[in-house]
Design a protein around this ligand. Structure first.
Ligand SMILES: *Cc1c(COP(=O)(O)O)cnc(C)c1O
Length: 387
């Protein structure tokens, strides 16, 4: 039996009826933009995340861009972010005309290393973006300790961390503002593209709403040059229904992650992920590290197991960001991780039998260091499943 990296069918089945009823209402009223579900979802998500403001937007990348603009990032400014993240974190910066300044991650959790942030700050630094990668909350308070005395705002990339907490406080409410994504495979996923900005700052919320609505708070009165980034009513209906189940789904993810960790304990060569003390993570991804990763991945795919790599190239080694001028060797922890990380199938409704099948496949493969370079290992086509 093949096992996908992510299976959304069971999730959707739980909310299908509610969504149908909600959609019937949207189509009956034809309130496709700014329908009542949008405001309801924004309030519900602000409540869930325990923040004062939530602004629904078109996708997660827009959410990050708007959050950055909201705290005052401008063209020519510098924004510090980890080398080990999805490219959208940097794209949000680049779209403003600001410059991504990369720092390495810590070797234990692969999250932005606060100890490296101070050295990356210059007079031009306009924001710092901790990324809660894999659903693990980054140590935002340590970054604020460095940034606050300098008046530098902290913007969280909370795309993978809906419902995660650090010392009891929710990701998305730890800094000056946050951008999150409701891409279908995220812990809270829409039926298409969607995202949100969350913040406790009224001034930021106001700016974000203004910029994301053509720079206009009042129809046809345009105060700044903005753009269009709105949460569709249809997506708000889907998100509202799923949000009511998110806490439960996150608990299922936590249980599945704990089960993997237990089952993998006696599998040699597999390093399992840990939660940083103080965190209650939400396991958007369950990422192990193995020495001969590409061969292991290939064999898992042959066995019908949809494992993945998040992400195979640190930002400085992408062609898109070659222009930043970094070199191989600049971010050794991210570079090494990129060769070892392996995301195992994980979703709320994964069964114990499926998890045992994944673990047994890994046990049979006996991950171990291989002679020669990894590229010599015949690689099948990588799964195009992106989550
Ligand atoms: C998904 C994701 C984004 C971007 O979200 P989109 O909705 O696809 O634009 C940004 N950052 C991280 C870490 C993500 O995982």
């Amino acid at each position: 039996m093949s096992i996908p990296l992510v299976d959304l069918a069971a999730q959707h089945a739980e909310v299908a009826e509610e969504i149908e009823a909600g959609l019937a209402d949207v189509f009956a009223t034809t309130a496709f933009i700014g329908g009542k579900a949008v405001g309801e979802f924004e309030l519900a998500y602000a409540d869930f995340t325990q923040v004062s403001h939530c602004i629904g937007v078109a996708n997660g990348t827009d959410a990050l861009e708007l959050a950055l603009r909201g705290v005052g990032v401008q063209a020519g400014g510098e924004v510090i972010l980890p080398a080990n993240t999805f490219i959208a974190t940097a794209e949000a910066v680049s779209r403003i005309g600001a410059i991504p300044v990369l720092v390495d991650v810590d070797p234990d959790y692969l999250l932005i290393d606060p100890n490296l942030v101070a050295a990356a700050i210059t007079k031009r630094t306009q924001a710092i973006v901790p990324v809660h990668l894999f659903g693990q909350v980054a140590p935002v308070e340590k970054i604020i300790e460095i940034a606050a005395p300098l008046g530098i705002p902290v913007v969280e990339d909370a795309a993978q961390s809906q419902g995660a907490t650090r010392f009891g406080r929710f990701a998305g409410g730890l800094g000056d503002a946050a951008g999150t994504s409701f891409y279908p495979g995220k812990n809270l996923g829409a039926a298409g593209d969607a995202g949100a900005v969350t913040t406790n700052r009224a001034d930021v919320a106001e700016r974000v709403r203004l910029i994301g609505a053509h720079g206009s708070a009042k129809k046809y009165v345009h105060d700044v040059v903005g753009f269009n980034s709105r949460l569709d009513t249809v997506q708000a209906v889907v998100l509202k229904a799923k949000l009511a189940r998110l806490a439960g789904w996150n608990e299922l993810r936590r249980a599945a992650a704990a089960r993997y960790t237990e089952l993998l304990a006696d599998v040699p060569g597999v390093r399992t992920p840990n939660s940083m003390p103080g965190n209650n993570d939400v396991w958007h991804l369950y990422v192990v590290r193995v020495p001969n990763r590409d061969a292991v991945l290939h064999s898992l795919h042959e066995a019908g197991i949809g494992a993945g790599i998040h992400y195979p190239y640190p930002l400085h080694l992408t062609r898109a960001y070659a222009g930043l001028g970094y070199q191989f060797g600049d971010f050794p922890v991210s570079e090494r991780a990129a060769n070892e990380i392996l995301s195992l199938p994980l979703f709320p409704h994964i069964t114990q039998a499926q998890q045992r099948q994944v673990v047994e496949a890994l046990r049979t493969l006996r991950p171990r260091a291989v002679k020669g370079t990894l590229v010599e290992v015949a690689l099948g086509p990588l799964s195009q499943v992106s989550i």
